[in-house]
Design a protein around this ligand. Structure first.
Ligand code: PXP
Length: 243
């Protein structure tokens, strides 16, 4: 059965809109845990536009479920991960001007750095996942670099228009999941997933973890983040059972 990690970056986005101290992502994490989340995901970006160092440091102490740190492979950030030792890191590409992570990490092109970062994370007992497009080249490069997991980018599925394209994107995710499992990788998925589009992805057997942020935080404005998280967990469980 697939499980949910809630990405709470956008709780911090609201805080940073006024450069104040509320809402606190640390409170949000506790609420998500109370709703039954498997994990909490935060992206410590180089520009610190939402999550900041203080958040990750406190979350490392307070999160009892899995803490998944999304990060690029810049040396400053790698050193923070080595010091804080989250349970898992998810390696992503990062561009300063982007609104959100746009594409997947090019593991084939960045192979040398990836191998080095994986070794350094493993030396600290940290699991490594790579956020990648569902392409054989990227999955194979992640396996060759000895990653523990991959997170298949669901953004192309989320943005697909019309049944034909949706089916094509789902087939790519399914094939990526199969190849990942064949390469002995744990397969996660995320980006752009919502209450409306989670169904077909949650029905793909073998996907282990979903990282979902914006849609849950958006709903939480109206129903609270504990309820918003619980609703998403209910959907994932229902569709994972073939509902
Ligand atoms: N997975 C990764 C690697 C991401 O970069 C993001 C966005 O921060 C997410 C999942 C969550 O995406 P969304 O906010 O669209 O649910």
């Amino acid at each position: 059965m697939a499980v949910l990690n809630v990405n709470i970056d956008h709780v911090a986005t609201v805080r940073q809109a006024r450069l104040t101290d509320e809402p606190d992502p640390v409170w949000a994490a506790a609420e998500c845990e109370l709703a039954g989340a498997n994990g909490i995901t935060v992206h410590l970006r180089q520009d610190r536009r939402h999550i900041c160092d203080r958040d990750v440091e406190i979350l490392k102490e307070t999160v009892a479920c899995k803490l998944n740190l999304e990060m690029c492979m810049a040396e400053e950030i790698v050193k923070i991960a080595e010091r804080l030792r989250p349970e898992q890191v998810t390696l992503v590409p990062e561009k300063r001007a982007e609104l959100t992570t746009e594409g997947g990490l090019d593991c084939a092109k960045n192979n040398k750095r990836l191998v080095e970062v994986v070794k350094r994370m493993h030396a600290k007992g940290i699991l490594v996942s790579t956020f990648i497009a569902p392409q054989a080249e990227q999955i194979e490069a992640s396996a060759e670099a000895r990653c523990d997991a991959i997170e298949l980018h669901t953004g192309m599925y989320a943005n697909a228009k019309g049944e034909k394209e949706v089916m094509k994107r789902l087939a790519e995710l399914e094939a990526g999941k199969d190849l990942g499992i064949k390469k002995k990788l744990v397969v996660h998925a995320g980006h752009g997933l919502t209450y409306r589009n989670i169904g077909p992805v949650a029905r793909i057997a073998g996907l282990c973890e979903f990282n979902i942020g914006h849609s849950i935080v958006a709903r939480s404005v109206f129903v609270g983040i504990r309820e918003a998280t619980a609703e998403m967990i209910r959907l994932i469980e229902k569709f994972s059972r073939g509902g």
